[in-house]
Design a protein around this ligand. Structure first.
Ligand SMILES: CC(C)(COP(=O)(O)OP(=O)(O)OC[C@H]1O[C@@H](n2cnc3c(N)ncnc32)[C@H](O)[C@@H]1OP(=O)(O)O)[C@@H](O)C(=O)NCCC(=O)NCCS
Length: 191
């Protein structure tokens, strides 16, 4: 069934309202903002966010209407950099607590991907909420393709041109020009 004119107008209105709502909720203005925001995006934290000529969100794709992109550079030392030509699909969550998340040019990031530079809690039971836990930079080199619902954890570098299979949890570096998948992600083969 094709949508009628009132439906189309209503959809446009809802899209606009959602877009402005997440902008209003944002307390971090990116240092550089050349992004095309197709999906509502929330930028927050005391650190630095740089969005080169990238695209945030995708239509049509899962999570377009009910999700948003979430970019948090939590503490003053935290940094998020998204380079030219990167596509971040819907529902992307990037949280750099104290170090950095860098996504180099032309990376393709699938829907519902989460990238963290921190565990956010210490492992020792008595220190769990002490804030004494390590952070380590995450780096996706150019032209990496990350499948849907992947989680990338602190300290990981993914080498250029590599592919990460859907649903993977990446805890170690992945060499360039490889396909890796699974939990934890392991190299399946070279490209
Ligand atoms: C990783 C991927 C690219 C591999 O594709 P492929 O080269 O055709 O791989 P195959 O299907 O031949 O599988 C090769 C091996 O990897 C394993 N594998 C493939 N994808 C996997 C995944 N996502 N998680 C875990 N293991 C995976 C297979 O089980 C197989 O293992 P085996 O050799 O022990 O049987 C693909 O499976 C994938 O996950 N694509 C991502 C799609 C996506 O999320 N797109 C985003 C939408 S924008």
């Amino acid at each position: 069934m094709t949508s009628s004119l009132p439906n189309r107008a209503l959809r446009r209105l809802i899209r606009e309202l959602r877009w402005w709502y997440y902008l209003a909720m944002s307390d971090n203005t990116p240092r550089v903002d050349r992004a095309t925001r197709l999906q509502p995006t929330l930028t927050t934290g005391a650190g630095s966010i740089t969005l080169q000529r990238c695209t945030l969100g995708y239509f049509p794709s899962s999570g377009y209407w009910n999700g948003h992109c979430y970019l948090e550079a939590r503490e003053a030392t935290a940094e998020i950099v998204v380079a030219d030509g990167v596509f971040l699909n819907n529902g992307a969550t990037l949280v750099a607590e104290r170090s950095s998340i860098r996504i180099d040019s032309d990376c393709l990031i699938g829907p519902w991907v989460q990238i963290y530079d921190s565990d956010f809690h210490a492992l020792a039971p008595e220190l769990r909420t002490s804030g004494r836990h390590p952070c380590a930079p995450v780096h996706l080199e150019r032209n990496v393709f990350v499948g849907a619902s992947v989680i990338i954890l602190k300290g990981v570098t993914i080498g250029h041109n590599s592919v990460i299979g859907a649903g993977s949890v990446v805890i170690n570096d992945i060499p360039p020009q490889t396909i890796a998948a699974g939990n934890p992600a392991r190299v399946i083969r070279s490209l």
